[in-house]
Structure formats: structure tokens, C-alpha cells
Design a protein around this ligand. Structure first.
Ligand SMILES: [Zn+2]
Length: 252
């Protein structure tokens, strides 16, 4: 489930158990704040929106916001302390152990995943689109934190944000075939008559569990971007050119 809160005119959502972590800042933006990184005529306005989101959540107008270009590939980058804000090319996830570094991933229907280590002080986020899900990006995020930041998966807390849900995320046979590499693929595609749906929430929760995070430390927002009102941008509902909502995470 998600809880909502207001900052000025803007409304944000967060995952309740992660929100109770005093040294973690995190939230999902909602419409109409469009934080898309698309490079078109509205790019300056959206960059300003990303800065507004960081200021709302982190309280610092000069907060260093890092986002990724998101190319649907299982690649992550580390953001180091004092690294200047940047758009990280050719990756779909970011992680850091640096305090005050804001990580931002973007979505219109894809699950955004957050993994946090309250003991070691590390946080990572990723954009688990269906292609990234099939490529085990969420598992890779946990494995990277374990290998590079010395995290113990049993200490990690994780959250899966709003996205196209199993109620609405209809897919074709090509996606089902691509997902055959997942050990639990048989359980991830509920059917209704002729239609087949991809349960991205279950698929990513399973990756977090397989990487060693206890089930009770995994939180699922459970809000479908397609059918749960008009709160989050949805590519399936709005079509090409729609805006993006973001997940921002930082170590306080
Ligand atoms: Zn739905």
C-alpha cells in the first residue's frame, strides 16, 4: 500500500515501512509534476520539476539529483559522494553510500524498486520495466549492494512502487517467451479468457527474495497506474509522449 502526503501544491506517495526509516528519504511524485528526462522542448521545465521534487523531499535547493537515461538494460551505476549531478547514460539503476546524494528513477507504468540498508548506510533504485525484470535487474541491484557495499541481504529493506498491475498489464506471447528465463515464470502470467497479464509486482518481489531479502522486509505499493485513478502517469493509458513520475531516494 502507499500513503500520500502534501508538500506545497504537490502530492507525493511513499511506502509506509520505508517512510519510518529515519535515515532514508524516499517518495514517488504524482501528476501533474512531470519529472521526465525526455530531451524535447519541455526539457528545461521538467529539469526544474526534478529540482522541485528534490527540494521538497531533501530540503536543499541545490540537492544533487542523479537520474539515469533508462535503456531497458540490466546495468547499474554507483554514484559517489560529491559527484556533480548528472544524467547517467546507458543504465537503469543507481546506488550510493553517499549522504545527500539524490537518486531518481522514472516511470510511466514500469515498477520502480528501492533497496535500502539501514545498517551499512546504502541505498539503490532501479527501473524494472518488463525487459529489465526479465533480465533480473532487481536481483542485480541487491547483488551489487552485497558485493560492492558489503551489505548483508538479511538487513535490507525493499519496496516496489506503483506500476501497471497484474489487473491491467496485458502482454503478448513474446513477453511470456522472454520471461521463460525466470525460474518462476509459470506463476507470473495470470490469464483471463484469451488475455494474458504479466505480474511485475510478484516477479520483482521474487527477485528480491531470491537475492536473500526476507519476505517481511519487502513492501509492495500495490497501486496500478492504469486503473487506480489518475494519480500517476501511465504510458498504456495516455500513450506516447506522456509524462513520467519519479522515485527519489537519498540517505539523510
Ligand atoms: Zn489495474
Amino acid at each position: 500500500m502507499l500513503e500520500f502526503f502534501q508538500m506545497g501544491e504537490r502530492r507525493y506517495a511513499r511506502l509506509p515501512a520505508l517512510a519510518r526509516q529515519g535515515k532514508l528519504i524516499h517518495a514517488f511524485s504524482t501528476r501533474p509534476l512531470d519529472v521526465s528526462a525526455r530531451e524535447d522542448a519541455r526539457a528545461p521545465e521538467r529539469a526544474a520539476n526534478r529540482a522541485i521534487m528534490a527540494r521538497d523531499l531533501c530540503g536543499n535547493p541545490h540537492s544533487r539529483v542523479h537520474h539515469c537515461q533508462q535503456v531497458h538494460k540490466p546495468r547499474l551505476e554507483q554514484v559517489r559522494d560529491n559527484e556533480p549531478p548528472a544524467a547517467h547514460r546507458d543504465c537503469d539503476g543507481l546506488w550510493t553510500t553517499g549522504r545527500g546524494v539524490s537518486l531518481l528513477v522514472l516511470s510511466a507504468d514500469c515498477p520502480l524498486v528501492l533497496v535500502y540498508d539501514p545498517k551499512r548506510g546504502a541505498v539503490g533504485v532501479c527501473h524494472s520495466s518488463w525487459r529489465c525484470t526479465v533480465a533480473n535487474l532487481t536481483s542485480l541491484l541487491v547483488q551489487t549492494l552485497v558485493r560492492e557495499a558489503g551489505c548483508d541481504p538479511r538487513d535490507l529493506l525493499a519496496g516496489i512502487g506503483p506500476s501497471a498491475g497484474p489487473c491491467c498489464y496485458e502482454v503478448m506471447e513474446d513477453v511470456r517467451i522472454a520471461a521463460d528465463v525466470l525460474p518462476d515464470a509459470d506463476t507470473l502470467f495470470p490469464r483471463a479468457g484469451d488475455r494474458m497479464f504479466f505480474d511485475l509486482w510478484a516477479a520483482n518481489a521474487a527477485q528480491l527474495r531470491r537475492a536473500g531479502i526476507p519476505d517481511e522486509q519487502i513492501e509492495i505499493g500495490g497501486v496500478c497506474t492504469i486503473c487506480s485513478g489518475d494519480v500517476f502517469y501511465s504510458f498504456r493509458r495516455e500513450g506516447a509522449g506522456c509524462g513520467h513520475f519519479g522515485l527519489l531516494a537519498a540517505l539523510a
